[in-house]
Design a binder for this molecule. Structure first.
Ligand SMILES: Cc1cc2nc3c(=O)[nH]c(=O)nc-3n(C[C@H](O)[C@H](O)[C@H](O)COP(=O)(O)O)c2cc1C
Length: 198
């Protein structure tokens, strides 16, 4: 049993994924459900929607991303994208993070503040799920193969999984067993990040 700080340290971006886990798909689904349920949201608005893809659903999603991106990206970017997609397909699953625009409209805010709260709500869920996966010894990364409801992969993804029209995709999190070495990460001075007064 690790402490919370150990868990925070354990979570890293992992791209080389596999399917070697002691946890079943149902275990993972249940853990994600428990965690997302408890994530704080502005005004308790609960605007975040999470879609967990396993098996063929996961492959279908990533094949679509690859097919579209391969015609857009060039050189090094295409190679990088191809590596991310291969890693994701080799893994156990992918969590898609959405915001429900109808639910977001119910917040007693407008414009930039609604947008900020929506993004913050979603980010809280992303980090919580990332930590939950790390606790289960699963590696994950955070991807943004779309930005914005109007462009990107939102429409195709909604159609693929019959999701409501109001779902705006914010991020994708492929996960699986950790099949790579983990590099040391550079950290800036904590005194720059954190200041204390009394
Ligand atoms: C808001 C945010 C956006 C990110 N977007 C991407 C992304 O699109 N693709 C990617 O590979 N990693 C992405 N990352 C992962 C970061 O690059 C990574 O967390 C950072 O380099 C620190 O490494 P670590 O996750 O191993 O601690 C993102 C992370 C955050 C917090």
């Amino acid at each position: 049993m690790s402490t919370f700080v150990e868990l925070v340290e354990k979570r890293r971006s992992i791209y080389a994924l596999g399917t070697n886990s002691e946890y079943s798909k149902k275990d993972i689904e249940n853990r994600i459900r428990e965690v997302v349920k408890q994530v704080p949201t502005a005004f308790n608005s609960q605007t975040t929607r999470v879609v967990v893809l396993f098996d063929e659903a996961k492959n279908k999603f990533w094949d679509h991303i690859y097919d579209v991106q391969k015609n857009i990206l060039e050189g090094g970017m295409q190679e990088w994208m191809s590596g991310v997609v291969t890693g994701a397909k080799n893994g156990i699953g992918t969590v898609l993070f959405f915001e429900d625009l109808d639910a977001a409209k119910q917040m007693p805010t407008q414009g930039a503040r609604t947008e900020a709260y929506k993004q913050n709500n979603n980010a809280n869920a992303q980090y919580a799920v990332w930590l939950a996966l790390a606790e289960m010894d699963l590696g994950a990364s955070l991807q943004h193969f779309n930005v914005g409801y109007e462009q990107g992969f939102d429409k195709a993804t909604r159609e693929m999984f019959n999701l409501p029209e109001t779902y705006e995709m914010i991020a994708q999190m492929p996960f699986g067993s950790i099949e790579q070495d983990i590099d040391e990460k550079e950290h800036i001075d904590t005194d720059v990040q954190v200041k204390v007064f009394s």
